[in-house]
Design a protein around this ligand. Structure first.
Ligand code: SF4
Length: 257
């Protein structure tokens, strides 16, 4: 058993639980050749017109799963795989240290993010920065911040399942490339899509989940916390659990008996 598996076993996270929707996918997010993908991740998306994907063999998800950072950024920048591309000023790829131990995942860009091309700017972004600072982290230093969706939904509505599914291969590739030790899902949309569940934040927070071998914690989205100050103390508990979990993940592996 590898060191990572030993640590995950210590945390009660091994063997890996694979969400039903993702069963059959390879650890790097690649779906086996010929596997009909869930929702819209099938023939429609195989016809995605991103210039980068044209002419490459394999399904769209497979092609994305082979990309390096520059190719992935270019594929996101030019993506037209779901209708959200039509209303965006620009796609918002993600920001931070591409080899970070921490990955924070939100929902999608709002108006300010769409204008500036960076996730979590504005008031919610400032709160996220404060949340990071509370556990000794700083945007861009050992932290990467991304979203389920790369393009802004109109009126900041919740993403349609088909839009989230179309964008999923990009986030899975970001995870495979950055190899975070811990993912923190910010809000219901991030948690639902990462974990393949419709359960409430209240029932998901406070315990560790797993995404293909990477531990996942769930907490509230900063935009929600701005409207629901009473839940800030719960978010603080979640951050403390996240800090503790990271300390355990970084601790030396137990010696074999
Ligand atoms: Fe492509 Fe994602 Fe933007 Fe949809 S939201 S157009 S899948 S990058």
């Amino acid at each position: 058993m590898s060191r990572r598996e030993l640590i995950l076993q210590e945390l009660g996270l091994w063997p890996v639980w694979v969400p039903r929707s993702r069963a059959g996918a390879a650890p790097d997010g690649t779906l086996p050749s010929g596997t009909p993908a869930e929702g819209t991740r099938g023939a429609t998306l195989d016809a995605a017109p991103e210039a980068l994907l044209e002419g490459a063999p394999g399904s769209r998800a497979e092609r994305i799963a082979r990309m390096d950072w520059p190719a992935l950024k270019e594929a996101v920048r030019t993506c037209t795989a779901c209708p959200l591309h039509a209303g965006r000023k620009q796609a918002v790829f993600g920001v931070g240290d591409e080899r970070a131990d921490w990955l924070f995942v939100g929902e999608g860009p709002g108006a300010e993010e769409d204008a500036r091309g960076e996730p979590f700017v504005g008031q919610a972004g400032r709160l996220l920065d404060n949340m990071l600072a509370a556990i000794g982290l700083q945007r861009g230093r050992d932290v990467y911040i991304g979203n389920i969706l790369k393009c802004r939904p109109p009126g900041n509505r919740v993403p349609e399942p088909s839009e989230a599914a179309a964008c999923e291969p990009f986030l899975l590739r970001q995870i495979a490339l950055s190899k975070p030790r811990l993912i923190v899902a910010l809000g219901k949309t991030a948690a639902s899509n990462l974990l393949g569940t419709d359960a409430s934040i209240g029932s998901l927070r406070g315990r560790l989940h797993d995404l293909r071998g990477t531990p996942v914690l769930v907490t509230y989205h900063p935009a929600y916390l701005l409207r629901n100050l009473a839940d800030k103390s719960k978010a603080w508990e979640d951050l403390c659990l996240a800090r503790e979990t990271m300390q355990r993940l970084k601790a030396p592996a137990p010696a074999p008996r």
